[in-house]
Ligand binder design. Structure first.
Ligand code: ADP
Ligand code: ZN
Length: 218
């Protein structure tokens, strides 16, 4: 299954993608995670991306497009991919279509996580990320076993640079101005299906699984 997860920051795309990827053996491709990793490793991509990310802006299209096109060509994509955080504007969506056509693939489904701004903001402000392995927690919804410490690797948990109130506002407005129009784009193509991003992790997973069955993806 080749799937795009679409929705505002804080919709829970990354959280669901991780569970779905484990459960169904599809590859989770998160441009945000890839970029954060590049920043951490200090690669040239990371160096170009950092300021945009810290300010809540989109990094330049060609940079993410190359990253994703290369990633979905690799051998571990056997059972398909879940794109999380890409495409984020019309140019990226068109380039994705082209790239998929070139390799004889197509999207089976675009899953739109419809989420209220209040829920998004509450999730992002309470989110804590591990500085070592990148795992996410939430101070109320998904607390770590020990406050401030990652359950998986013992690393310390911090508020992400771009989860500060001001940057969150900027990210939400970038979403409204650039990404939201993709809902209409994929609706027209007939691949869009909607779920509520306001649901908790388990309920949303159950919904998505049901939808995959309906769409005969499982
Ligand atoms: P979010 O929680 O907002 O979905 P992500 O982890 O997906 O956060 O992305 C974090 C940042 O990485 C974005 O604010 C943006 O700067 C950059 N980024 C991620 N994906 C893309 C993309 N497809 N195009 C441009 N910039 C991107
Ligand atoms: Zn960790």
């Amino acid at each position: 299954m080749n799937i795009v997860l679409l929705g505002p920051p804080g919709a829970g795309k990354g959280t669901q993608a991780k569970v779905l990827s484990q459960e169904f053996g599809v590859l989770h491709v998160s441009t945000g995670d890839m970029l954060r990793d590049a920043v951490k490793r200090g690669t040239s991509v990371g160096k170009s991306a950092k300021t945009y990310m810290d300010n809540g802006e989109l990094v330049p299209d060609d940079l993410v497009i190359n990253m994703v096109s290369e990633r979905i060509l690799q051998k571990d994509v056997k059972r398909g991919f879940l794109l999380d955080g890409f495409p984020r504007n019309k140019t990226q969506a068109l380039e994705l279509d082209d790239a998929l056509t070139r390799i004889g693939k197509s999207l089976d489904l675009v899953l739109y996580f419809k989420t209220s701004p209040e829920v998004s903001i509450e999730r992002l402000s309470g989110r804590r990320a591990c500085t070592e392995c990148g795992a996410n927690f939430h101070i109320r919804n998904m607390p770590p076993r020990k406050e401030g410490i990652c359950d998986h690797c013992g690393g310390s948990l911090v508020l992400r640079n771009d989860d500060t109130p001001e940057t969150v506002k900027r990210r939400l407005s970038v979403y409204e101005n650039e990404t939201e129009s993709l809902i209409e784009y994929y609706k027209q193509k007939g691949t869009l299906r909607e779920v509520s991003g306001n649901l908790d992790v388990k309920k949303l997973f159950t919904k998505i699984k049901g939808l995959f069955l309906e769409e005969r993806l499982l």
